[in-house]
Write a protein that binds this ligand. Structure first.
Ligand SMILES: [Zn+2]
Length: 304
């Protein structure tokens, strides 16, 4: 009896000492909040998850702060969007973290772009003069729930590789998430079905996967080239085009400046939608809930 008490006391002490990593949960760090939200649902109690970027932060340009390197120092698994989305800041952090587990090519590094069907893979040699072009294709695939389903499967498989003891849990977590995701996908398609074929203007070329998923028409971007801020000449062209095709909605992530969108919106006229770039992971929002929010905002933008 005494022995058992002592053992349990020792366990309690050990748990207290290692409280942040209670019972060796797999420590996952993702670059963007959507990947964190997916991992949390798939991994459940067997993972602790953290995202480096906030949904209100531009994932192309995250400040490589020491606190982010610290998160990577303790990570068992680093999950990125890939296709050069994070190329401006993640390699510095990976290097600074001095953690062999999460270096590119290691088992603790997962590039989700290897799991999805990519859009806009350049067929000719990429020239940076054409803006912030991603040579492997457009990296903004997380706006399509079908891509999220593929990411979730890849994440579950990698978690099971790192933590084989909980293989059954990851399989169950994946199944539950994919069921919920599939229902969300159908709900979104049904809600926006009346607007199929409608032209949409966006600020950055980040909505192509959503446009493809929901059958919209990509009318134009306010950035003349990806990553290049709008010029008055280009905006004038977008206005002419927007009028011609009858664009009623302008979509942009909330982290881009909204002055140009609002000006164009007032002149066309078109509704300007400022949307977060991903789930509010820290506040507990899930991927599906975030997509519901995006779908609802677009429906309202079309006045429905
Ligand atoms: Zn981009």
């Amino acid at each position: 009896m005494l022995r058992r008490l002592l053992v349990s006391a020792a366990c309690a002490l050990a748990l207290a000492a290692y409280a942040p990593r209670a019972h060796a949960a797999v420590n996952v760090v993702t670059t963007v909040p959507d990947l964190a939200a997916i991992t949390r649902e798939v991994g459940g109690k067997n993972v602790s998850v953290q995202a480096l970027a906030l949904p209100t932060q531009d994932p192309h340009f995250v400040d490589a702060k020491p606190s982010l390197a610290l998160a990577l120092m303790k990570a068992d698994l680093l999950i990125q969007v890939g296709l050069d989305l994070e190329i401006g800041w993640l390699p510095t952090l990976q290097l600074g973290a001095r953690n062999a587990k999460i270096q590119t090519g290691a088992r603790g590094f997962l590039d989700c772009s290897t799991l999805v069907t990519r859009l806009e893979v350049p067929q000719t040699k990429v020239d940076r003069a054409n803006g912030d072009i991603h040579p492997g294709g457009n990296p903004h695939y997380l706006y399509d729930p079908r891509a999220a389903a593929l990411c979730a499967a890849g994440i579950a498989a990698r978690l099971a590789e790192i933590d084989p003891g909980h293989d059954a849990d990851y399989k169950a977590g994946l199944k539950a998430f994919q069921t919920k995701l599939e229902a969300g996908r159908q709900r979104g398609e049904k809600r926006l079905a009346p607007f199929r074929g409608q032209p949409i203007i966006t600020y950055h070329r980040s909505w192509v996967y959503l446009v493809e998923w929901l059958g919209f028409v990509d009318a134009a971007e306010l950035e003349p080239k990806p990553g290049i801020p709008p010029t008055s000449k280009h905006v004038a062209e977008v206005m002419v085009l927007g009028r011609k095709v009858g664009a009623k909605v302008i979509i942009q992530e909330s982290y881009y400046p909204d002055t140009t969108s609002k000006l164009l919106g007032s002149k066309l006229p078109a509704k300007v939608l400022l949307l977060p770039a991903g789930a509010d992971f820290k506040a507990g929002q899930g991927y599906v809930e975030h997509m519901d929010q995006v779908v609802e905002a677009i429906a309202k933008g079309f006045g429905s």
